[in-house]
Design a protein around this ligand. Structure first.
Ligand code: SME
Length: 154
């Protein structure tokens, strides 16, 4: 369990080692909250991201779910911010500079770039995985591809 934090290698190598471990962890547990909690912890502590967590669709809003990092906004409307846009458009959003994203919701002023991956069940978005970095341009297609695989396992 402890080796779920992968510190050696570049980002691609870190994901390569981390992903099978996350897959096994998720496969061994059916509870979605437990799995979201462990995925948040594994990603936060491997990559030292500023904030890693989930929002789940509840009625008209995305509601804060398990996360690692500072206290965050609890509710995000459909189409609002990066998360609400990923929900509405059902696609991964990579935002290299949050200040350039119209309507970005600043839960914390330290956040500089962001990636949001929708969780899709039977064609519907049921939640999102949201990661914030305190560095500009922290996320690219490598993160998107790896996080989309994690999202599919949840
Ligand atoms: N920045 C997000 C809000 C969630 S926090 O980053 C944790 C957005 O614009 O949707």
């Amino acid at each position: 369990m402890e080796n779920l934090v992968v510190k050696q290698g570049n980002k691609e190598e870190q994901y390569e080692i981390l992903l099978p471990q996350i897959e096994a962890l998720i496969a061994g547990e059916t509870d979605i909250v437990a799995n979201m909690a462990n995925v948040s912890a594994a990603l936060k502590h491997t990559f030292d991201f500023f904030w890693v967590g989930f929002y789940v669709v509840k009625g008209e809003a995305l509601v804060l779910a398990p996360f690692q990092g500072p206290v965050a906004c609890t509710r995000i409307g459909y189409g609002k911010g990066v998360c609400g846009t990923a929900w509405k458009e059902a696609r991964t959003m990579v935002v290299p500079d949050v200040e350039q994203f119209p309507g970005h919701i600043a839960c914390n002023s330290a956040s500089r770039s962001e990636i949001v991956v929708p969780l899709v069940r039977e064609g519907r978005v049921v939640g999102v995985l949201d990661i914030d970095s305190d560095r500009l341009g922290a996320f690219d297609h490598t993160d998107a591809a790896a996080l989309e695989r994690i999202a599919a396992w949840l």
